[in-house]
Design a protein around this ligand. Structure first.
Ligand SMILES: *Cc1c(COP(=O)(O)O)cnc(C)c1O
Length: 477
């Protein structure tokens, strides 16, 4: 009994002694380990405090009876800071989902020249609203407009925060206080609470619905026109498809009606394809130039969907209406920054050379890549993984354009599927938690990494991650 008691006192004294030996936060902060590291002072302090608190706990629980030296402790703190940093903030991920315009993953990736333009305008002053030739104030989006005229044949244009803002500005400036005619088949919700009927009331317009969910004819619009009608609106049903017996009025027919009554015809085309994307299988996707050629007075579309630039909304069309929008206070509230303009200008420049778009604009490259190339890519990734001792199979799959463009459209593609002993869920988690997260999708109990959306420059990283994960396990296949 006495022996046990003495032993306990011994342990307690030992714990007290050990606790006293833990270095002070300030002392550890002086460690060489932190000099030149990428963390701010407060981040290091936090990591050091937590590291020492962990050690204190371990000693109290009897899990350790030694105190690491200062440099070991500092290194643990540095690792802690690194782990904390990777938990938060926006970080680069590898999109292996096969969804080209993945809204959760930031939609379009930009061309090299757009990235260069962003860096240049962000890291210095730039001629955002300055006319260098004349030495006085210039037009903010003059460059964008010059290219848009060339590519789409529009008379004038505007750039705002996103397409949702574009629609808001168009309706508020042109149709507030009046009514706007829309087909019942086009009363869509685009996502994030952007619903056409709600937008209408927000803009001070009353919505005049015509036709039915599946069929609307030109007579439906015609008989709805009154002196109160301020616009005819057509909305691209970009995130759903009505199949079966359907009928809708095309922009050509609607424009004739608009001209007859002198009412502006507005088309929210959603994605905003600037090139002929029909040849990539996107048959139902409206093209800006065609919509304008077919008589739309105003067309609005996103900058970060099929166009392949940064988030913005573009309004293109007739000078008469756009000049009204330019003077509206909402335009000032919705206008975009120098970075967005720089990226958009650089991206639009590429579109003027049709042969360059497939090569230089990642979204278009991903759409245009052939089945053979995708297959070869998946096979070579798998071969390399096998060569290095890992396991993976090539699986035929289907990618999608995403980003609210072309609902239901699937593009044939190929995926690399890890074939270790992990379940699909486990493998998905392991790859998602890599330092550069690899985001795939699970189909029929297999994790698929669709090669269409994976950049070539990420192949080596993926090969390593999959090899590491699968090599120590039994092959499934
Ligand atoms: C995506 C989409 C919008 C919203 O565009 P954002 O640029 O995301 O604001 C609006 N209308 C249609 C038809 C769309 O497809």
């Amino acid at each position: 009994m006495i022996k046990v008691y003495e032993a306990r006192v011994d342990v307690l004294t030992n714990v007290e002694e050990l606790l006293k030996k833990i270095p002070q936060v300030d002392k550890l902060m002086q460690s060489e380990v932190f000099s030149g590291c990428e963390f701010y002072h407060n981040e290091i302090t936090e990591a050091v405090r937590e590291t020492l608190a962990d050690l204190r706990e371990k000693i109290k629980n009897g899990c350790t009876d030694t105190i690491p030296n200062d440099s070991e402790l500092a290194n643990s703190a540095l690792l802690k800071a690194k782990n904390k940093a990777s938990d938060k903030d926006i970080k680069r991920v590898i999109n292996a989902t096969g969804v080209i315009l993945h809204s959760n993953l930031g939609r379009a990736s930009l061309s090299e020249s757009a990235i260069k333009a962003i860096v240049e305008s962000a890291s210095s002053y730039c001629s955002l609203e300055y006319d260098i030739g004349r030495g006085n104030r210039g037009n903010r989006t003059g460059g964008v407009e010059k290219y848009l005229k060339d590519i789409t044949g529009c008379e004038a244009s505007l750039v705002v925060n996103n397409n949702a803002a574009a629609v808001l500005l168009i309706l508020t400036s042109l149709a507030s206080g009046g009514n706007v005619i829309v087909s019942r088949g086009e009363l869509v919700e685009i996502g994030g609470g952007f619903r056409v009927p709600d937008i209408m009331s927000q803009c001070g317009c009353s919505l005049h619905e015509v036709g039915t969910t599946n069929k609307t004819r030109i007579d439906d619009y015609e008989s709805a026109v009154t002196t109160e009608t301020k616009a005819l609106l057509k909305v691209h049903t970009s995130n759903f498809k009505v199949i079966g017996f359907t009928e809708s009025v095309d922009i050509k027919e609607l424009s004739k009606l608009g001209k007859k009554h002198n009412i502006p015809v507005i088309e929210d085309i959603g994605s905003g394809a600037l090139t002929d994307v029909k040849r990539y299988g996107l048959h139902d996707e409206p093209i800006v130039k065609e919509s304008l050629k077919n008589g739309a007075d105003i067309v609005s579309f996103s900058g970060d969907k099929l166009l392949g630039s940064l988030q913005c909304g573009i309004i293109a069309g007739s000078e008469k209406y756009i000049s009204v929008m330019k003077k509206h206070p909402l335009y000032r509230a919705f206008r975009v920054d120098k970075i967005t303009i720089a990226a958009l200008e650089a991206t639009l420049r590429i579109y003027r050379d049709t042969s360059a778009t497939e090569r230089d604009i990642p979204v278009i490259s991903m759409l245009s890549v052939s089945d053979d190339v995708l297959k070869a890519r998946a096979e070579s990734l798998c071969d390399e993984i096998l060569k290095r001792g890992g396991y993976a199979d090539v699986i035929k799959t289907k990618s999608t354009a995403g980003g609210g463009s072309v609902p239901g459209l699937e593009l044939p593609s190929y995926a690399v599927s890890p074939a270790g002993s992990q379940s699909a869920d486990e493998a998905e988690k392991i790859l998602r938690l890599q330092s550069i997260p690899i985001i795939g999708r699970i189909e029929n109990d297999r994790l698929l990494l669709d090669v269409r959306t994976i950049f070539n420059s990420d192949h080596e990283y993926m090969i390593n991650a999959i090899t590491e994960m699968t090599k120590l396990s039994e092959s499934k296949s």
